[in-house]
Design a protein around this ligand. Sequence first.
Ligand SMILES: *[C@@H]1O[C@H](CO)[C@@H](O)[C@H](O)[C@H]1NC(C)=O
Ligand SMILES: *[C@@H]1O[C@H](CO)[C@@H](O)[C@H](O)[C@H]1NC(C)=O
Ligand SMILES: *[C@@H]1O[C@H](CO)[C@@H](O)[C@H](O)[C@H]1NC(C)=O
Ligand SMILES: *[C@@H]1O[C@H](CO)[C@@H](O)[C@H](O)[C@H]1NC(C)=O
Length: 326
Amino acid sequence: MHTLFWIAVFASVGCAAVALTEQWEKFKKTHEKNYPHPGTDAYHYAIFQRSLKEVNEHNAKYEAGEVTYSIKLIHLSDIPDDQWPQLPSLPISDNFVEHDISEDVEKEAIPEAIDWREKGYVTHVKDQGTNCGDSYIFAAVASLEAFNKRANGELVSLSEQNIRECYQNSTSVCNGQSPSNVIGFIVRNQSSLVDPEDTYPFNQTFGQCKFNKTGAVNTHVQGHKFFVGEDKLKEVVGTVGPVTVIIHSSPAFQSAHNGVFYDPTCKKSDKFDHAVLVVGYGTELGQDYWIIKNSWGTAWGDGGYLKMARNRDGNCHIGDWNIYPI
Ligand SMILES: *[C@@H]1O[C@H](CO)[C@@H](O)[C@H](O)[C@H]1NC(C)=O
Ligand SMILES: *[C@@H]1O[C@H](CO)[C@@H](O)[C@H](O)[C@H]1NC(C)=O
Ligand SMILES: *[C@@H]1O[C@H](CO)[C@@H](O)[C@H](O)[C@H]1NC(C)=O
Ligand SMILES: *[C@@H]1O[C@H](CO)[C@@H](O)[C@H](O)[C@H]1NC(C)=O
């Protein structure tokens, strides 16, 4: 009896330890991590264990209804979060004057909830790749995909590589810029044309501009409108279409999983460093939320999307900088 008891105890302790190292091995495999030096491996393993504990504790609170969102391990979970790669700041203040949106929105037709994905205005989730600050290209192109659907009736996935190679030059790659510049470039330099993604796919390289006018999509975009505030954001998303926003990407944002993401510390940063597309909004369990489409692949957030708290203290600056194509 005693012997059996102790065998059972040793077995379960052993199991927990094995399970943990197995999780570590799995994590490294998933995220293509390789630490040949045992000391380095041990260092990252220790941080991984802390992150795992944090995820489990946070998610227990989520299950208990004490926080509104869950988190998960991400590729950075074995690195201290103050050492995570910094995203480049995106310019938010160079002479932006608010445009008049009143002629575009139908004030009497603003729905309580909307999801442009259901209406066929949103393409598949894309992946901008390693931290190159290209979110402004992806978020601007995503808004144009929806605009093109509205203007021309067809949803076509457009080429970020077209913008990356033709708008940026090799020395300015990875400097974050304004999504409005992307739209301006397409209007002025490509006569509103953009190549489709399938003929000019995104990859991590940066080469010569290969814009091909013949096969390009004419989006008929003429420019953009800039505006500020969550109230107006609801008006535009509710009656016009998806909107490109610039927010702050906190560590919690990067690890977010399900539920309605709200990070009380996020707005304290005055860094606007990430552009995403707002594709809808609604209310769930009394929480107002925005639905955002990110460009970090489908493994991020909830299948590449995330619900972010709406009307709650300017969560991560959402609503503070918004544009849509016209
Ligand atoms: C776009 O066109 C403008 C003038 O029409 C030109 O000054 C600018 O260099 C062009 N930009 C690029 C990236 O080719
Ligand atoms: C590339 O961009 C950088 C920064 O915007 C600029 O200083 C440089 O003159 C550009 N080079 C060329 C060849 O256009
Ligand atoms: C990346 O894309 C460009 C443009 O389509 C292409 O010319 C180049 O060969 C691609 N590179 C790789 C490594 O796939
Ligand atoms: C441009 O696109 C057209 C139509 O898709 C294609 O026939 C042509 O070969 C392309 N040109 C180049 C230089 O890739």
